[in-house]
Design a protein around this ligand. Structure first.
Ligand SMILES: [Zn+2]
Ligand SMILES: [Zn+2]
Length: 143
């Protein structure tokens, strides 16, 4: 997203009020190497805040605000319905999910890599995408 390249001196995206809690949650998402659930984000933020007061409902509110601003994307995993959040970065990873053991396997490449952001496709301006593959992993594949 083009707006995200505009950053304040602080390194935080503009257009949102940066409270200490929001900064913590943002830092947690920046550190994350894979999508996290709200509960995981909650625990990591609490750790980062070193005894700061946190409530899970606060985390949900912050994540909703981030999502509204296009800072994070929210995904519901197929199979177990887990809701996860990840920072909208320039680069991203897609996952294949095993319907049996719910293992997630990162895909090496993006199948939509040829579609550029802000490109018009069939009269539709693309600003992003989501994709999740599902099926059975090596271990669970039925013979
Ligand atoms: Zn499996
Ligand atoms: Zn992609």
């Amino acid at each position: 997203m083009k707006d995200m390249e505009k950053k304040e001196e602080t390194g935080y995206p503009q257009g949102i009020k940066w409270t200490k809690q929001r900064k913590n949650v943002y830092a947690v998402l920046q550190e994350a190497t894979e999508p996290l659930t709200a509960v995981q984000i909650y625990h990591l933020s609490e750790k980062l805040a070193e005894g700061g007061e946190y409530a899970l409902s606060t985390i949900y509110r912050i994540l909703a605000a981030f999502e509204e601003k296009g800072l994070v994307s929210k995904t519901t995993w197929m199979g177990d319905g887990t809701v996860v959040y990840e920072l909208n970065r320039g680069e991203h990873t897609h996952y294949a999910v095993c319907l049996e053991c719910h293992k997630r396997i990162a895909l090496q490449s993006c199948p939509f890599a040829h579609i550029h952001l802000d490109q018009e496709t069939d009269g539709f301006t693309v600003t992003g995408h989501k994709l999740e593959l599902y099926g059975y992993c090596k271990d669970c594949r039925k013979e």
